[in-house]
Design a protein around this ligand. Structure first.
Ligand SMILES: O=C(O)CCC(=O)C(=O)O
Ligand SMILES: [Fe+2]
Length: 330
């Protein structure tokens, strides 16, 4: 059984690392990002207390009655933020069997874009908001560290990406998956997977999985599905479409899905999507031809504003009317 590679990022997290250590890590990052784009990240410096605390908060929220959770329903938010009940998220016309809270960078609402606005926070658990605001800060810092490794892995100056990510447009989903068998028992119609096959939109996704096995699956370049079983002490990390585009397809954004069948227990998972600044202009990186090792370097793409890419994805995800449906990752 194939396993995902492990990347130790400590050389970019510790303040006093040598250039040689960073180069060694960057070389490994290059191999992993060009071959599969999915890996376990260790040496990240985020404490167990914070990693595990996210699951404690999530479980406490989702254990509440539906009416309580619906107080922060996404249907009440003009900015696509809040709680989605079970089956409300749809991927490729099938309902995903999960419930979630969607959070984005908290910004004052303005007319320039409907996504901009405030998050909806639950009343309980009491310190849910402060916990996840702190979580965001720590993950943002980690995202910037990994992007320094990625810059070096591409032969760019370590701080090349800094100005594109210093005001990153955070996206986060706090997800609860009941077993898929519940949907069948409850005779729910049109249910697909726990989360259907998709690639993520942005740069890097840091998935904080609980200990449930055989739920998250990753498709490698040969088409084989590999289990991304949680590795204790790690984040499961994948690259998103924006990083693939930015690197002229040198790095992979890898299809993945969640199928939670094996257990009677609920599974919680908290993907943190590390994104560029909303206004960042993404244009082809100045990459050396030698990086492509015989592969044809694609024609340069037209520069685009990251915020426009995100907006088209998020707006494209929703159908309004009586049936607001989040269409997931179509
Ligand atoms: O639940 C997971 O572990 C991953 C979820 C996911 O891929 C996503 O929300 O983009
Ligand atoms: Fe994903």
């Amino acid at each position: 059984m194939k396993e995902l590679p492990v990347v130790d990022i400590s050389a970019f997290v510790k303040p006093d690392s040598s250039f040689e250590d960073k180069e060694k890590t960057a070389k490994h990052v290059h191999k992993v990002c060009s071959e599969i784009g999915f890996f376990y990240l260790v040496g990240h410096g985020i404490s167990d207390e914070v990693v595990n605390g996210a699951h404690t908060q999530a479980r406490e929220f989702f254990a509440q009655p539906k009416e309580v959770k619906d107080e922060i329903s996404i249907r009440k938010s003009p900015h696509f933020r809040g709680y989605q009940c079970l089956g409300e998220n749809v991927t490729k016309s099938k309902r995903d069997w999960h419930e979630a809270i969607d959070l984005y960078k908290d910004v004052p609402p303005n007319d320039s874009n409907p996504i901009h606005g405030h998050n909806q926070w639950p009343e309980k658990p009491e310190n849910f908001r402060s916990f996840f605001e702190n979580y965001d800060q720590q993950m943002d810092k980690l995202g910037r560290s990994v992007m320094r490794a990625i810059a070096m892995s591409l032969g760019l100056e370590e701080h090349y990406f800094d100005k594109y990510i210093n005001d990153s447009y955070m996206c986060m989903r706090i997800i609860n998956y009941p077993p898929l068998s519940d949907a069948a028992e409850q005779k729910e119609e049109n249910v697909g997977d726990s989360c259907g096959v998709h690639c993520d939109y942005g740069l890097l996704t840091f998935v904080n999985q609980d200990s449930t096995k055989n739920a998250l699956w990753v498709q490698d370049q040969s088409g084989e599905w590999i289990s991304a079983n949680p590795l204790p002490g790690s984040f499961t990390v994948n690259l998103g479409d924006m990083l693939k585009l930015w690197t002229s397809n040198l790095y992979q954004s890898t299809p993945h899905k969640v199928i939670h069948t094996n257990s009677k227990a609920q599974r919680t998972s908290i993907p943190y999507f590390f994104e560029p600044n909303f206004d960042a202009i993404i244009s082809p990186l100045p990459l050396s031809d030698s990086l492509f090792e015989g592969k044809k370097k694609p024609e340069p793409f037209q520069p685009k504003k990251y915020g426009d890419h995100l907006t088209s994805k998020v707006l494209g995800n929703f159908t309004f009317g009586d049936t607001l449906v989040k269409k997931g990752y179509n």
